[in-house]
Design a protein around this ligand. Structure first.
Ligand SMILES: *Cc1c(COP(=O)(O)O)cnc(C)c1O
Length: 362
């Protein structure tokens, strides 16, 4: 069976070194030594000026919305994982979907201003597949209208733009360290903020807003990362560069084997150091995508429809929020993210590519 991704597990011995430390300290959670160490190491790796570690990438989004005091309407992308829209809804805000750019698949900055009303408080956009949003235009618009900017950077771990971490753009960027992501702690997440005071507030809020013995300083929730999760992160982090290199190699193989067919791929911008988090391909038609998907399934190969459905069409959305986003809706019907993980063999990439070629008209 070839799944869309396989979690990179660290060497068990490596993980056990950290587990032993937990057994020695007796501390399983509550900002223990390993989670503090992981925070410092991830911050250094990313070149981020601050980082709050939390228990997952969805709570990371929710905490940002809460800590920035966002209310009412939040302009967002329909082309992302469902968690992006759900976090907005869960926090009692209104997602206003703005369609994506047909080449970058990220929110289209040209369409943002028309969606701004007196009730708009922020723009929450996803660096989809780890490809950057148009960060400078988005910031310009946000500045003009006094809006906060949040990036769902769940796919963008380690991505750099013009030599700098992509995560330093916007007011806050959120990360997911879920087992399916490039860098993982089994479950986990993080937040990078422009303003260190906001990062500190988020960190406090993620621990019930409670410090010391008797101080309850802010409205909080439990979004703490346990020492067991931090241990996984510490064992995986030293492998990240190796993981990215291996994924790049497999992406290059796909590029080569698929070079003679007309499939759309996300456009790469200048100055991008990509992390090879995903390998999405866009078929010409929904039928072609479904045919290729069926053929691959028969060979026990399971690409995923990242991202389907377009979030503006989610069945539980209130009628009034279901605007028309033709680009995103069309992409969602034609996309497949191909298997991509460090142990995927070259012959597998060749076989997957051949199967796809058989099911599209050249
Ligand atoms: C994975 C993902 C999330 C959610 O992260 P969890 O850690 O699983 O909660 C949010 N947004 C995007 C774009 C994702 O891909």
């Amino acid at each position: 069976m070839i799944p869309v991704t396989r979690t990179t597990l660290p060497d068990l011995e490596e993980y056990q070194i950290y587990l032993r430390k937990i057994w020695q300290s007796g501390q399983l959670t509550n900002n223990g030594a390993l989670s503090r160490q992981l925070q410092a190491e991830v911050m250094t790796f990313l070149g981020a000026k601050n980082l709050a570690l939390v228990s997952n990438g969805t709570l990371a989004l929710q905490l940002v919305i809460k800590a920035l005091g966002l209310q009412c309407e939040i302009i967002t992308t329909p082309y992302s994982y469902v968690a992006t829209a759900n976090a907005i809804l869960w926090e009692g805000c209104i997602p206003v979907f703005v369609d994506v750019d047909p080449e970058s698949f990220c929110i289209d900055p040209h369409l943002i201003e028309a969606a701004i009303t007196e009730n708009t408080t922020a723009i929450l956009a996803t660096h989809v597949y780890g490809y950057p949003c148009d960060v400078s235009r988005i910031q310009e618009i946000a500045d003009r209208h006094n809006l906060k900017v949040i990036y769902d950077a769940a796919h963008a771990f380690g991505v750099r733009l013009h030599g700098k971490s992509l995560l330093n753009h916007g007011d806050c960027s959120t990360l997911s360290f879920h087992a399916t992501k490039l860098f993982h702690t089994a479950e986990g997440g993080g937040i990078v903020c422009r303003d260190t005071a906001i990062a500190e507030r988020i960190s406090l809020m993620s621990k019930f807003g409670h410090i010391g013995e008797d101080e309850y300083l802010d409205l909080g929730i439990n979004a703490k990362i346990s020492e067991l999760h931090a241990a996984m992160g510490l064992a995986v982090l030293p492998k990240v560069t190796e993981i990215i290199t291996a994924r790049r190699q497999r992406s290059v193989w796909y590029d080569e084997y698929l070079s003679d067919v007309r499939l759309q791929r996300p456009k790469v911008v200048d100055g991008l150091e990509y992390n090879y988090a995903y390998y999405p391909i866009i078929f010409k038609t929904h039928q072609a995508m479904m045919a290729a998907r069926e053929a691959l399934k028969k060979q026990d190969i399971f690409p995923r429809r990242y991202f389907y459905p377009s979030l503006n069409t989610l069945p539980f959305l209130h009628e009034s929020l279901r605007c028309f986003c033709p680009v995103s809706e069309s992409l969602a019907l034609r996309v497949l993210s191909l298997p991509l993980y460090t142990t995927l063999g070259q012959q597998d990439v060749e076989m997957i590519s051949a199967c796809i070629k058989n099911h599209i008209s050249v």
